[in-house]
Design a protein around this ligand. Structure first.
Ligand SMILES: NC(=O)c1ccc[n+]([C@@H]2O[C@H](COP(=O)([O-])OP(=O)(O)OC[C@H]3O[C@@H](n4cnc5c(N)ncnc54)[C@H](O)[C@@H]3O)[C@@H](O)[C@H]2O)c1
Length: 320
């Protein structure tokens, strides 16, 4: 099968493209390389099974051309940072809403299926914990708002134009190649200072962390198992940890004993949702998907990648 992956040079897209190729598919990657890297996918391009197309998701004709011959579109290309969305809501809207609409317009012409990567941020500060998919959506950031709008575009394209769509609400995805978020922030700080580790916010933010392989497995399963009428699924581990707990576990894995963990206090960043814990039973029931990798195993693999990429933290155990 020929498959289009928008945002395929990014963190999740690269791993997804790898898996699609492994399972015998031909993949077109469409990405403007604003945060993705060609070095992430050069090994895939070399196989001949992946074609790279540099383009902007806001450019309808460019996506239309890239999509030709594709029965399935994974739409991952996005402005993916909450803080950036608070600084530039205009760009966030253009990329995340108009970009998704462009993908759906192309899918309508081609009658191809769309898998859309939404986010836990659509819930905002959810009232129901664990949070089921039918919770009222009150996003707390422009990023959450643009993802929510894009979700509805998917649903309406399914309802009125029979474009098959499925929406996966991903929680915090981490793993090798992750170049943003809590874990890389802590690793970089430890590289600079092995005595004091500063946490953003109170340290008590309690969030769901999902290992990349589990996220990609959900993406692989969804187009076949979901009804594809704009259905939404929570894709998280179902287990939440505080920032303090993640920092402590990281120090334990690295064998670093004399590090003082200090919380800076206040809000980590504008628009941050401090408590996420999804109800993941719908994905288990309807997709037959459940996260398999526990936090210690996932974090160890992530730290091994950081060690390879950024070097070993002085005084830390070698993980390789
Ligand atoms: N990583 C997470 O924890 C997480 C959680 C929830 C949802 N998501 C969503 O999953 C998707 C993938 O996330 P990721 O972590 O791999 O992010 P990422 O930033 O690594 O990947 C996004 C990719 O989109 C590309 N891109 C950005 N703007 C573009 C544009 N205008 N035109 C074409 N390409 C463009 C970037 O270059 C990048 O390669 C995104 O839609 C993101 O919002 C991620």
């Amino acid at each position: 099968m020929q498959i289009l992956v928008t945002g395929g040079a990014g963190f999740i897209g690269t791993k997804l493209a790898e898996e699609l190729v492994k399972r015998g598919n031909l993949v077109k990657i469409f990405d403007d390389l604003s945060s993705g890297r060609i070095s992430n996918i050069s090994h895939l391009i070399k196989t001949g099974a992946v074609e790279f197309i540099k383009g902007d998701i806001r450019d309808f004709s460019a996506i239309k051309e890239a999509g030709s011959g594709c029965d399935l579109i994974y739409h991952l290309a996005a402005q993916s940072l909450v803080p950036f969305s608070m600084e530039r809501p205009d760009l966030d809207m253009e990329i995340n809403i108009k970009g998704t609409l462009n993908v759906l317009m192309v899918a309508k012409e081609l009658m191809s299926k769309v898998v859309f990567t939404s986010s836990s941020t659509v819930y905002g500060n959810a009232v129901r914990i664990p949070t089921p998919e039918d919770e009222v959506l009150i996003p707390y950031s422009f990023y959450g708002l643009s993802k929510m709008a894009a979700e509805h575009y998917c649903r309406i394209y399914s309802e009125h134009f029979n474009v098959p769509t499925v929406v996966l609400r991903l929680f915090n995805v981490y793993g090798p190649r992750n170049n943003k978020g809590l874990m890389i922030d802590l690793y970089r700080k430890l590289l600079r200072d092995q005595k004091r580790l500063e946490l953003l916010g109170t340290g008590n933010q309690l969030k769901d962390y999902l290992y990349i392989d589990d996220a990609v497995e959900a993406l692989m399963i969804a187009p076949d198992k979901a009804i594809c009428k704009g259905e939404t699924y929570n894709i998280g581990s179902g287990e939440s940890f505080t920032v303090f707990q993640i920092a402590e576990l990281m120090l334990e894995i690295l064998g670093l004993k004399d590090v003082e963990i200090v919380a800076r206090g206040g809000k980590a960043w504008l628009g941050d949702v401090e408590l996420t814990r999804p109800d993941v039973s719908k994905a288990e029931r309807e997709l037959g998907w459940k996260a398999k990798v526990d936090i210690k195993e996932g974090l160890t693999k992530t730290l091994m990648w950081f060690e390879e990429k950024f070097g070993r933290i002085p005084g830390a155990k070698t993980l390789h």
